[in-house]
Structure formats: structure tokens, C-alpha cells
Design a protein around this ligand. Structure first.
Ligand code: HEM
Length: 265
């Protein structure tokens, strides 16, 4: 059965074409067709087939680990008299929620569907929605809450490695969102559109893969080594939750990364 495409591009097909161009694997704009070309996609499918099983296991580990990390943190806060914790309480809650959203946002864009441009385009939509509407605001809120908590208690700011990594990650995140949004929104008009915007997207991707482990190092430092964590969470819990599990999220996410998308020369 053949699928009839409209002869004049509609708003959504134009949008899809712009996204396909951005998401093309090899620096060349991808096909203008909105349906997969089954002949030219054959090698990609082979790659996909070989990698699919490992990707799928790694993806399950990533999502289960980040969910476990978030749930454990929320349980810890809600079982330690959160109202007495004041403005500290929202900090671990929002930070773990925000990083869950960012983890899912990366996961959903990773190459589970090389042969399907439509799936890639909807992956990009999910990436933007979940990160821009949930992950980014949650991380800003969580950072504001700890900052505010210290300010109202006249405590000095950024006194630990956790705080230093945290504030660097948040500053970097602003830059990361700027690069990502600028290269996709309004067809990448901010960076000159088309291939120019696609060039910037490559840096967004590289920068994201550096920022991601830094975020999980921050979680590790706060959850395993901050004074509060050491005081209230036993080591037997801190070690798996804030050392092993963050490492699993990062390793699983890097497993699913495609270096073929990282060509800079
Ligand atoms: C990636 C997520 C996180 C980021 C970006 C982050 C960021 C920060 C920042 C910037 C500070 C310093 C605030 C200031 O000095 O005014 C801070 C402090 C703190 N955070 Fe986090 N945090 C994260 C996750 C967590 C988690 C999951 C926990 C606990 C389970 C936690 C516990 C603490 C504690 C106890 C402090 C106060 C002591 C200190 O400054 O190290 N954080 N965080």
C-alpha cells in the first residue's frame, strides 16, 4: 500500500523536513521524503539491528536507574520531616526530578530508530518538551531553593565541591539550552538556519554529552558526601543510590551514544 503525500508541503511536513535536516547523521541534509526510503536505509537498518539489543538493555538500565535514584531521594526527604527542612527540602526533590527529565529527553532522541525519520522527528519534539518544560525549570527551582535557604540563614554560598559542580552545571545548562533552542526553534534562524544551524546542533550534542556526567557527579557529591546526606542516610544506602546508580545512568547513556553523529571534521 503506498502512502500519498500532499503535493504542496504543509506546515507539518515543512517542519518535519527542517528537523530531518538537523538530525541527519552524516552532515548531508536528509531526504525530502517524509517516508523512509527502504533501499537507501538498508545499511542503517543493519547497524540498527546489530545495536538494537544492546541499546534496548542499556535504555532499560538508564530509565530504571534514574527512576530508582529519584524515588529513593523523594522517600528520604519525605521520611525526614520535610517541613522541618525548610527551603532545603525542595532542593533534592527538584534536582532529581529535573535530571530524570533530562535523562529521558536524551534517551528519547538516541538512535533507536535510524530508519524512521518520522520517529526521529517526534523524538526531537519529546526531547524539547520534556527538557524545556520540565527538566530545565525543575533544576532552576531546585537551585534557587538551596541558594535561598542559605541566604536566609546567612550561610556562605558555594563552599563545597558539590556546590561548585552544581553551579557550574546550572550555568552550563543555560548555555546548553541556548544552543539547542537556537539551532531548532524558528528553523534555527538564530544561527543562520539550515546547515549553519545544524552545525551548531553538533556542538549542542557534544556539549550535552560532557554536561550530562557532570550533573551526575554533582548528584553523587551531594547525595553521598554532603554533611546532610552523611548525617541522615546510612552509607549502605548512599553508596548504591548516589554512587552505583548515577554511574549506571551515565554508562548506559554513553553506550547508546552514536559517535557517527559527532563528526566535526
Ligand atoms: C544535579 C543536581 C544538583 C545540583 C545542580 C545541585 C546544586 C547545588 C548547589 C549550586 C548548591 C550550593 C548552593 C549555595 O551554596 O548557595 C547545593 C547545595 C547542596 N545540595 Fe545540591 N545539587 C544537586 C543535587 C543534590 C542532591 C540530589 C542532594 C541530596 C540528596 C543535594 C544536597 C545538597 C546539600 C545538602 C547542599 C548544601 C551543602 C553544600 O553546599 O554542599 N544536592 N546544591
Amino acid at each position: 500500500m503506498s502512502i500519498q503525500l500532499p503535493s504542496t508541503p504543509t506546515r507539518s511536513t515543512e517542519d518535519l523536513e527542517a528537523r530531518q535536516t538537523l538530525l541527519a547523521e552524516n552532515g548531508e541534509p536528509s531526504s525530502h521524503s517524509t517516508t523512509p526510503d527502504h533501499t537507501s536505509m538498508a545499511p542503517d537498518r543493519a547497524v540498527d539491528g546489530a545495536k538494537a539489543k544492546g541499546d534496548s538493555i542499556a535504555g532499560t538500565i538508564v530509565l530504571a536507574s534514574v527512576a530508582f535514584l529519584t524515588l529513593s531521594t523523594w522517600i528520604t526527604i519525605f521520611t525526614h520531616n520535610p517541613s522541618a527542612l525548610g527551603w532545603f527540602a525542595p532542593h533534592p526533590l527538584f534536582q532529581t526530578l529535573g535530571l530524570s527529565a533530562i535523562t529521558y529527553g536524551i534517551y528519547t532522541l538516541q538512535p533507536t530508530s535510524f530508519a524512521n525519520p518520522q520517529a526521529k522527528a517526534s523524538g526531537l519534539t519529546r526531547h524539547q518538551v520534556v527538557i524545556f518544560c520540565l527538566g530545565f525549570p525543575a533544576l532552576l527551582m531546585g537551585t534557587w531553593s538551596i541558594w535561598h535557604n542559605k541566604s536566609i540563614h546567612d550561610k556562605p554560598h558555594i563552599t563545597t565541591w558539590h556546590g561548585t559542580f552544581g553551579i557550574v552545571c546550572i550555568a552550563w545548562l543555560l548555555f546548553q539550552v541556548f544552543l539547542g533552542a537556537g539551532s531548532v526553534w524558528f528553523k534555527g534562524a538564530l544561527f543562520g538556519g539550515g546547515m549553519k544551524a545544524k552545525g551548531v546542533w553538533k556542538y549542542h550534542r557534544l556539549s550535552g554529552y560532557i554536561l550530562f556526567p557532570l550533573f551526575f557527579t554533582t548528584i553523587h557529591l551531594g547525595g553521598a558526601w554532603s554533611d546532610w546526606a552523611v548525617a541522615v542516610i546510612p552509607y549502605a544506602v548512599r553508596f548504591p543510590v548516589y554512587t552505583v546508580v548515577p554511574a549506571l545512568v551515565v554508562v548506559g547513556t554513553f553506550w547508546r551514544m552514536r559517535t557517527s553523529k559527532m563528526k566535526f571534521f
